[in-house]
Design a protein around this ligand. Sequence first.
Ligand code: UD1
Length: 311
Amino acid sequence: MAKYLVTGVAGFIGRSIAAELLKRGETVRGIDNFITGKRANLVGLEAMEFIEGDLAYPSACAKACEGVEIVFHEAALASVPRSVADPVGTNTNCVTATLNLLVAARDAGVRRVVYAGSSSAYGDTPTLPKDESMLPNPISPYAVAKLAGEHYMRSFAQVYDIETVVLRYFNVFGPHQDPASQYSGVLAIFCRKMLAGEQPSIYGDGEQSRDFTYIDNVVRANLLAASAPAEKVNGQVMNTATGSRITLNDTFRILRELIGYRGEPNYLPPRSGDIRDSLADIRLAGELLGYQPIVDFREGLQRTVDWYRNQ
Ligand code: UD1
C-alpha cells in the first residue's frame, strides 16, 4: 500500500516529487489523465504504482486515495493563456478536480494534502514582494481556479479532520517541463527554440519580471510541507520561490550566453491576462518549514539547458 499519492504525476512537477520520494525509498502511487502529462515523464518511476485516471471523476479520486497518508496535489491544467481560451476546462481540471480529491482524501482518512498553489493569485498589484497577508487579486481564469483550490484546502482544514498545506509556486522551471506546447512555461519554450536555432518570441517589451523557481526548490518545499508539525502548517498558505526576480530580457541574454544562440528575440504585443512583475517574500516558508532555496536561478538555468540539450 502506498504512503504517498502524487496527482499529476506525468507532469513536470508531479514526476519530480515522485522521483525524489522513490529515491528516498518511499512507497508512491501516482495518478494522471494525460491531458497535459506525458508518458515519457513516467520513465524512471517504474517502482511507483500508477493509475491512469481523471480527478474530475469522484471514483478515480477514491481509488487514488485508498490507504494513502499524504497527498501531493500537483494535477492542474496549467497556463494563463489556456485558461483565457478555455475557462471551463480550467475550472473542471483545477477546481472540480481539487474538490473531488479533497472529498475522497477526507473519506479515505488521508492525514495531509499538500497543494500546488499559484503566484497568479496575487494578480497585478504593484506591491513587491508579494507576501501571503496580501489580499488575493486573481486576473486570469487560471488564477481564479488555482485560488479556489486554495480556499477549499483551507476550508477542509477547518471543517473536517484533515490537514492541508498550500504552497504558492512562483514560475517553476527545470528538466521535464514540456517545451512543445504553446501553453508551456516561457523558459521551456526559450530553451527548446534557442537550442534549435529558432527565434524566441517575447510578449510585450520584455521588461516584465518573474521570480523563476528551479524545480529542486519546489520539491524540497513539498517534502518539508509533508513532514512539518501540523500545529505549524495546517491550513497555512506559503510562497514557494527564490525571493529574487529577473526580467525576460535579462533571462534571454543569459540563455543566449549559455546556449550560444546568436539571434535577437521577436517582440510581439503583450499577452492578455499577463501580469507585469512577480516577486515572492519567502520568509513565511522559512519560518514555518525551514525552507530556503537550494538552487539559484543561474545554476537552475544551466542544469535546465543541459537537460534539454541531451533530449
Ligand atoms: C503564471 C503564474 C505561475 C503559474 C503559471 C502556470 C504568475 C506571476 N505566474 O505564469 O505561477 O505556475 O502561470 O502556467 O502569474 N512569454 C513570452 N514568450 C513566450 C511565452 C511566454 O514572452 O513564448 C512571457 C509571458 O507573456 C509572461 C512571461 O513570459 O509575461 C511568463 O509566462 P509563462 O511562463 O507562461 O508564465 P506566467 O504566465 O508568468
